[in-house]
Design a binder for this molecule. Structure first.
Ligand code: NAP
Length: 243
């Protein structure tokens, strides 16, 4: 049995990752902040597929809540094998109209939240000298779009955090990689106007947005022992957008 924590697993990409891992034998901890009914739906699907897991409500931008979550998970299962740091938000706005609360909210969740979860899980993984951390980055970490100074800075931080952590934890048997999706059809991109979507599609060589299933396939692969020699990588998954 292997245990995976997926943060922000009630919706979108996290939901797909939780369901994918759950249907491949992982016991999945479905973390969410608000959407309890949606998180329950994810657990129900995992159980219908013959898997198992638990729900855990925690705001992962708050260190105390992360510590308690990891403690409860470890007390329950006595192991944590995989962490998918996925919970993230976007608050696009031009820099000259920047709201300080958006800056704080993005960095607190997209960056500090990843550090909190990685630290607490790595402490448990190091005891077993085995574990996998997968950080959900974004193509915006390397590819610039106007209005995304804050979001792209958080994802750039995630990319470098991933590489440095991989180097730091490799000798303790912990691998760390990031997945950098382009446009993925979730509620996160629902805010884009049809006009904007059309414009972006023209720049995607594969002429489609990705879906959460595309991302979950990479996450499953990175978690598996078949990729046990891969660490410190940022895997881009964007239909060619950033080429
Ligand atoms: P989404 O559909 O908006 O879902 C966000 C998830 O994060 C929800 O499950 C939400 O839970 C959870 N969440 C939000 N704040 C949280 C908090 N403080 N603590 C714990 N959980 C929290 O987002 P998504 O599109 O799936 O994006 C997931 C990740 O992929 C993010 O890191 C994002 O930056 C990255 N990404 C997305 C795209 C894209 O095009 N969609 C592209 C590149 C990268 P509740 O429902 O309970 O609030």
């Amino acid at each position: 049995m292997k245990v995976a924590i997926v943060t922000g697993a009630s919706r979108g990409i996290g939901r797909a990752c939780a369901i994918k891992l759950g249907s491949h034998g992982y016991t999945v901890v479905i973390n969410y902040a608000r959407s309890e009914a949606k998180a329950q739906e994810v657990l129900d699907i995992i159980k219908q597929n013959g898997g198992d897991g638990m729900l855990y409500k925690a705001d992962v931008s708050k260190y105390e809540e992360v510590k308690e979550m990891v403690k409860v998970v470890f007390d329950t299962y006595k192991q944590i094998d995989v962490l998918v740091n996925n919970a993230g938000i976007v608050r696009d706005e031009p820099l000259i109209g920047l709201h300080e609360e958006n800056l704080d909210e993005c960095f607190n969740l997209n960056v500090k939240g990843y550090f909190y979860c990685a630290k607490e899980c790595a402490l448990k993984m190091a005891r077993k000298r085995s574990g996998v951390i997968i950080n959900m980055s974004s193509v915006s970490g390397t590819f610039s779009l106007p209005g995304q100074t804050v979001y792209s800075a958080t994802k750039g931080a995630v990319n470098q955090f991933t590489k440095t952590l991989a180097k730091e934890m490799g000798s303790r048997g912990i691998r760390c990689n990031a997945v950098a999706p382009g446009f993925i059809e979730t509620e996160m991109i629902d805010t884009l106007s049809d006009e904007k979507k059309e414009e972006y599609l023209k720049n995607i060589p594969l002429r489609r947005f990705g879906n959460s299933e595309d991302v979950s396939n990479i996450v499953l692969a990175l978690a598996s022992d078949e990729f046990s020699y891969v660490t410190g990588q940022v895997i881009t998954l964007d239909g060619g957008l950033s080429l």
